[in-house]
Ligand binder design. Sequence first.
Ligand code: T5A
Length: 230
Amino acid sequence: MAKYGIDIPSARFLTFEGGEGVGKSTQVKRLAARLSEQDIPVVRTREPGGTPKAEAIRSFILQGKPESWGVGAEAVLFAAARLDHVNGLIAPALEDGKWVICDRFADSTRAYQGLTGGVEDGLIDALEDLALNGQRPDLTLILDMNPEVAFERVRQRALDDGMPAIADRFEKEDIEFHRRLREGFLTIAKDNPDRCVVLSADQDEGALAADIWQVVTQRFPELVPEEEPA
Ligand code: T5A
C-alpha cells in the first residue's frame, strides 16, 4: 500500500530513449526519485549495461572495438547484452512487483544500428524478439531535440569535467548521422503510438521533468492522489 492509501500498480516497465545529450540520464534519476517519494519500489538501470556481463559488453562496444566488425555485429552485441540484462535484472525486478526505469533499451538498437546504421528490419526484429523475451516496455519516453544543441551540452559537460578529448570528439561527430537518428526515433514513436510519447527536451530540467510526470500520471492514473470528497 502506498502513501495515498491506494494500491500502486506493480510491475511497470518504463524506458527513456533519444539521441546523445538530450537529458535521458538526468530525467531517469528525477523520475525514479519522484516515484520513490510515493513509496514505489523502483529499479533504475541503463543500456548497454545493467548486469556485470552486459557492463562488460558495454565497455567493449564503447571503446570502439567492434567497429571493424561492422554494424550488424554491433547490433548482435547490443542484443546479447540486453538478453542478459532482461533475464538477470529486468524480469526478476518486475516479477518482484518493482517499477523498472531503463536509460535506453531496444529502440536504441532499432534507431542506431537499424534505421540509421542500415541493418535490415528482419534482423533487428529477430534480435528484439530474442533479447526481450516478452518484456516490452509499458511506456517509452522519447526525448527529442536538435542534436547540435544536445551536443553543446555534452561538450560543455566534458569541458567542465576536464575532459577536452571527449569535447573534441563531439565537435567532430557526424551531425548528419545524428539528424537521421533523430528522425529514426520519431519514426519508432509513430509506429508505436500506444507505447511511445515524444517530449521536447529543449527546455530546462524542471520543466521537462514536469512534462514527464504529467505523461506518467496520465498513463498510470492510480499514481495521482485521490480527490478529496467535496
Ligand atoms: N547505443 C546504445 C547503440 O548504438 N545501440 C544500442 O542498442 C544502445 C543501447 C551509449 C551509446 O551506445 C549507443 C548510443 C550511445 O552512443 P551513453 O554514454 O549511454 O552511450 O550515451 P547517452 O545515452 O547519449 O548518454 P549521455 O549522458 O550523453 O546523454 P543523456 O543521458 O541523454 O544526457 P544527460 O542527462 O547525461 O545530460 C547531458 C548533459 O546535459 C545536461 C546534464 O547536466 C549533462 O551535463 N542537461 C541539461 N542541460 C540543459 N537543459 C536540460 N534540460 C538538461 N538536461 C541535462
